[in-house]
Each structure stands twice: as structure tokens, then as C-alpha cells.
Design a protein. Structure first.
Length: 405
């Protein structure tokens, strides 16, 4: 058996770790993950420790550092370049408020393709003199060329999603990152829809900062996230909020309640953004989930999941459904959207046939979302071609029933 076949078999076996797949055709990673048996075991162990022993705080701190290191390895960063956050918007705001804005500064983004939480932090900084420059999307694609063209001497930040939450297209991160690095502009990405699924190398992609939460591709819980900030940028920033964990007292043997004098140094790199006690139960989940992801390796996960998603997109396209972006190509990763982008919201669109198709899938125990008026089917390592075949069979049933209307 060659290595590629062995990797594919290993990934297929990973499905057995997710009992939700016995109940659902689960295609809603873009909304949230389902938990693995390994994560549940870690949560049970953590809760048992809290219930029976109170807590061993030193063990919790050690687990927190182990999980920080795992995320750093997952994206090819140093552990010091990783901070803990509550969620993605928390991390994005840490960057937006950590920079000292000067008159004439601007940030460039395509607000139409961003989640609102990567828009409002920049609008909020207008009170500090920042100009938010919005660039229009190109048929649902991130307008990388236009964004690069808008960079000038006043541009401090360019920000975008690695994969848009709708219509789910990839951004040419490498090209945008190179352009920002050449011009000394901070390149900040929202990796909500890519981390843990697509292989991420922040150094190779010239990413300066990356924010992610743990309840999607990282296969963990709500209420926690990570912020990566490249050391050279982090150490130019001053956190808007400061607590003990963000302060460097200069010794390794200090207690969390120790305090120095009224002069202090910030912790190195992104650690300066850490605040008070961590969300330890979410850390326990993330630690177990990232161990699982590192063992499978995102260099294997990405091609496996993308092949599966492309099979779904091709099948729906061949059946005549309006797949966003048309036939799958490099623009498509693990999210397949169906309908007319921008034709509605999260509850429905202007195309009543697509609304009926959405309801039909839900009634037949397919988990998916609707975003910006289109059906969104999003996959991870636990999905396989059986899921694709079931959705395509349901699509055929829907077509047949629709003809009889």
C-alpha cells in the first residue's frame, strides 16, 4: 500500500470518532463542528477532576501551554506568538486596538465577503482616525488584485477571510500576503473557515496575524479561540486590556498572584494579549482535538476533504443546481454553496425553489446552513463519499418531486 492510500484509509477511519455521523448527514462545519469521542473523553476527565478534586491549577496551566504549543505547530508558528482569546472577534479586536493609529492611516477589506465581526472592529477605529477602505467583491471572489491596488503609504492593515463564510471561496492568501510583506503592511486573516481543515503555514503565506475560534475546524468548543501575531508585529503593539498573564516579571517561578512594582515589561510576542484565567474546559477540548488533527496532519486532511467537496459540487452541478462558482476548481475548498449569492439572508432567499430544497434536506436529516441566501454545505475530515452519495440521491428525489408540483 503506498503512502497516499494509507493516508486516505487513516482519514476514512477517523469518521468512527464522531458518533453524530450515525444520526446525521452532517455538512455544517461552517456553523460548528461535532465533537469526537476523544474530545468527550477529555471533557469527562476534566470535569471529574473538578468535581472530585477541586482542581490542580498547575496541571491546568501545563495543559494550557501544551494546547498553545499544539496550535502553534498546526500553523507553523512559535508558541510565544499565540495568545488565547474568547473567539475570533476578540482576536480581531486585539489587533485593531493594539496598534497605534496615526492620522491618514487606512485598513483595506472587502466587507461584502466578511463576517460582520471582521467589519465592525475597523469601523469602530474610525473614532481614532482610521479610514476603512472597502473594496467590492468580484462575483463572490475576494478581489485580491483590487485590494493590492488600493494599498498606499497610509495603509497599515489589509484583512480578509482565508475562505469566505459565504459563498465559501478561497482567497489567494499567498499573493496578498506577499504584497503586504513587500510594503510593510500588516496582513491579518480570519481563519474561521480554514484552520484545522486546510493546511496553514503562516510563515510560507506571509501572514502577520491570524484569528480563529475552536468550535469549527479545530473540532473543539464555543467560547475559546487563538490569536497568532508574528513576533515583529506583536512587539510593536500595546494591548488595550492588560492583566497579570500579559506582564513579564522576569522570573520563571512566579505565581499568578505575584506583582512587581509600578514599572513593568510586557510578555514577549503575542503572550502580552493573554488576560486572566483561561477557559480550561475549552482548553481540554482543544488539546485533545488538536492532538487528533496533528496526528492526521492537515497536509493529508486538506486534499481528502477538498476531493470529497468537489465530488459533491460536481454532482450537484451535473444535476442542474446553481452551484456558486460553477464547476469546482481552485476557488473551491471544503464549502459548497448552492443558489444565487446575495439573494437573501440566513433564513431564506428570493429563490423559493432553493428554499424548498433547503427544507427538504433538513427534513431528511441533513445538517447544513443558509448564508446570504444560498445553501451552504461544509465538510471536514469526518465526511466521506457516502455523505456525498446521500445528498445527491436526495437531490434527485427533490427534482422528481418538484416536477410533480
Amino acid at each position: 500500500m503506498d503512502q497516499a492510500m494509507a493516508d486516505t484509509r487513516l482519514l476514512a477511519q477517523a469518521r468512527g470518532s464522531f458518533p453524530a455521523l450515525e444520526r446525521w448527514t452532517y455538512l455544517d462545519l461552517g456553523g460548528r463542528d461535532v465533537l469526537s469521542r476523544e474530545v468527550r473523553a477529555a471533557l469527562d476527565a476534566h470535569l471529574d477532576e473538578r468535581m472530585f478534586n477541586g482542581a490542580d491549577k498547575d496541571r491546568f496551566f501545563a495543559m494550557t501551554e501544551e494546547a498553545r504549543g499544539k496550535f502553534a505547530r498546526l500553523i507553523n508558528a512559535d508558541a510565544d506568538e499565540i495568545a488565547y482569546t474568547k473567539n475570533i472577534s476578540d482576536g480581531l479586536n486585539m489587533v485593531a486596538t493594539g496598534l497605534e493609529w496615526r492620522p491618514g492611516d487606512n485598513v483595506i477589506l472587502c466587507g461584502e465577503l466578511e463576517h460582520p465581526n471582521n467589519v465592525y472592529p475597523w469601523l469602530n477605529q474610525r473614532a481614532r482616525g482610521l479610514e476603512a477602505r472597502f473594496v467590492k467583491h468580484r462575483d463572490g471572489h475576494m478581489p485580491v488584485d483590487d485590494m493590492i491596488a488600493r494599498i498606499d503609504d497610509g495603509t497599515r492593515v489589509v484583512t480578509c477571510s482565508t475562505v469566505s463564510f459565504s459563498p465559501g471561496f478561497r482567497t489567494d492568501i499567498d499573493r496578498l500576503g506577499r504584497a503586504c510583506r513587500e510594503r510593510g503592511v500588516l496582513f491579518l486573516v480570519d481563519a474561521a473557515q480554514s484552520a484545522g481543515v486546510l493546511h496553514t503555514d503562516v510563515r510560507a503565506a506571509s501572514i502577520d496575524a491570524l484569528s480563529v475560534s475552536t468550535q469549527k475546524g479545530l473540532l473543539g468548543l464555543y467560547g475559546m479561540g487563538y490569536l497568532y501575531v508574528r513576533r515583529e508585529w506583536a512587539e510593536r503593539m500595546r494591548p488595550a486590556y492588560l492583566a497579570r498573564f500579559g506582564v513579564d516579571l522576569g522570573r520563571a517561578d512566579v505565581h499568578e498572584s505575584d506583582i512587581g512594582d509600578q514599572t513593568y515589561d510586557l510578555m514577549p510576542a503575542a503572550r502580552r494579549f493573554d488576560l486572566g484565567n483561561y477557559n480550561y474546559i475549552a482548553v481540554a477540548a482543544a488539546d485533545a482535538a488538536m492532538k487528533f488533527l496533528l496526528e492526521l496532519d492537515t497536509r493529508n486532511i486538506e486534499p481528502y476533504v477538498v476531493r470529497t467537496a468537489h465530488a459533491l459540487a460536481n454532482g450537484l452541478h451535473d444535476l442542474g443546481f446553481p452551484v456558486c462558482g460553477g464547476a469546482p476548481g481552485p476557488h473551491l475548498a471544503h464549502i459548497v454553496c448552492v443558489g444565487v449569492y446575495g439573494s437573501g439572508g440566513d433564513k431564506g432567499g428570493s429563490d423559493e425553489r432553493m428554499n424548498r430544497f433547503y427544507r427538504f434536506l433538513v427534513e431528511n436529516r441533513v445538517k447544513l446552513s443558509m448564508r446570504r441566501g444560498v445553501l451552504r454545505l461544509s465538510l471536514h475530515v469526518y465526511n466521506n463519499l457516502d455523505d456525498v452519495a446521500r445528498v445527491l440521491d436526495l437531490a434527485k428525489q427533490f427534482i422528481a418531486a418538484d416536477k410533480r408540483r
